[in-house]
Design a protein around this ligand. Structure first.
Ligand SMILES: Cc1ncc(COP(=O)(O)O)c(C=O)c1O
Length: 431
């Protein structure tokens, strides 16, 4: 699972106590475990090894340069969705031939940057975008490579509506019928080689079954296209593999692979996978401090020094994050991370942030060991869609990020200061 474990009632990230990091770096702080990133990447790659896939880590899930670097060093490709993410991948020394670039609104400068960098594939979301990429490649005297993003119209009822993308009525990609016409129009284009299909049905997907349905539909499409004389040599099956927000709730990588690999075996297709949260989710936590305990009606609130501005998943997606003190008595050492904890002496809290919004709630009606002002709390499985979605709302500086490697810890992004907040506003330029 991950390398955040209690030893003698004290939470450790690998071999470093979370409280020691907080003593040095302050609160709140995102803390990442290098070994967890590596373990998850290695385990996923090995589960799918028979297909020899290109694993493209979704930078959008956790994009610190130092994290991209450590995965790139391991041979991982990257999934990007903007010029900024492409820039990050370049700065981290990622292999450009293993870059896939998705997103419905790629701008001309972003497309130019992708073509100039020699990225592997543009995952193309519309006919208008294809024509634009082809025209830009022609102007640059280069050839781009593209995949059509297909909505297989597959729905996973467990996926939150805000993160479900594989249905017909989404802004992403085109439906299967339109994908056929896409190839009829552009399948022999000179400037953008259209030889791939891209799927991404949403996330997190808690069972292999929606992938099986989506891939089966994509393979029928590919068979038809090949029979009509089009080259289709690559299938990108997207991301969405679950993270362990709760112990034992997500399938093992081998369970996904056992269902998916037989479909793709012997198909003469290069396979791409785009995992984000399953690699980064459990590799990071957000550690924070209790500012106040307050009662309101029948409720007890633990008000902490972080909130929706640093971790928006609970208020945006109703995302569950196991939350627990960094230091606990023996009887409160958690043996599993669950929504309902059953231990003696727990009290019920709403864990809330300081932001002036009612939705600034990190955990509702949660049973926790008794808390007091100054206690440290750890919000687990916050590595994915945590810091990358953080904002300065209410003029709050963003937290520091720390990467732990065994017994060593290093700040990989310094805490923002009040000066950082106003830096871009100091110079007023007439236009
Ligand atoms: C196209 C695409 N690929 C991959 C991902 C990664 O999803 P996850 O982090 O759930 O694996 C996303 C997430 O939004 C996506 O939009």
């Amino acid at each position: 699972m991950d390398f955040f474990q209690y030893r003698d009632g004290q939470l450790f990230c690998e071999d470093v106590a979370v409280d020691d990091i907080m003593a040095k770096v302050g609160s709140p702080v995102y803390i990442y475990s290098k070994a967890t990133f590596e373990r998850h990447y290695d385990a996923l790659a090995s589960a799918f090894a028979e297909l020899d896939p290109i694993v493209c880590y979704s930078i959008k899930s956790c994009g610190n340069l130092n994290i991209i670097k450590l995965l790139a060093k391991r041979g991982c490709g990257m999934d990007v969705v903007s010029g900024g993410e492409l820039f990050r991948a370049q700065q981290a020394g990622a292999d450009m031939s293993k870059i896939v670039y998705a997103g419905v609104g790629k701008t001309d400068p972003e497309i130019e940057a992708g073509i100039e960098a020699g990225i592997g594939w543009f995952n193309i979301e519309s006919e208008a975008e294809f024509e634009n990429i082809s025209a830009i490649a022609k102007r640059l005297g280069k050839t781009a490579s593209g995949a059509v993003r297909v909505n297989p119209d597959v729905y996973d009822p467990k996926t939150h509506a805000k993160t479900s993308t594989g249905r017909k009525e989404t802004k992403f990609g085109v439906d299967i019928e339109r994908a056929k016409r896409f190839f009829e129009s552009y399948g022999h284009d000179e400037h953008c080689r259209l030889t791939a299909i891209h799927l991404h049905i949403g996330s997190p997907i808690y069972s292999p079954e929606p992938y099986v349905r989506a891939i089966t539909k994509a393979l029928e499409l590919i068979d038809g296209l090949r029979a009509s004389g089009y080259t289709v040599d690559t299938l990108d099956i997207g991301g969405g593999y679950a993270a362990d927000y709760e112990t034992g709730k997500s399938p093992a990588y081998t369970a996904y692979a056992e269902a998916i690999v037989p479909l793709l075996r012997g198909r003469d297709l290069r396979v791409i996978i785009e995992p984000g949260r399953t690699i980064s989710g459990n590799a990071g936590v957000l550690a924070c401090k209790v500012s106040y305990i307050k009662t309101g009606g029948s409720k007890t609130f633990a008000i902490v020094d972080t909130g929706m501005h640093h971790l928006i998943r609970p208020s945006f997606y109703e995302g569950f994050h196991f939350t627990w003190p960094t230091k606990v008595a023996d009887e409160h050492v958690p043996t599993a991370r669950a929504q309902e904890m059953d231990m003696p002496g727990l009290q019920t809290y709403d864990v809330v942030g300081p932001i002036c919004e009612t939705s600034d709630t990190l955990a509702k009606g949660r049973k926790l060991p008794p808390l007091k002002r100054g206690d440290h709390l750890c919000i687990f499985t916050a590595g994915a869609y945590g810091m990358v979605m953080a904002s300065n709302y209410n003029a709050m500086p963003r937290p520091a990020e720390v990467l732990v490697d065994g017994g060593e810890a290093a700040v990989i992004r310094r805490r923002e200061t009040y000066d950082d907040l106003v830096e871009q506003e100091r110079r007023v330029t007439a236009i």
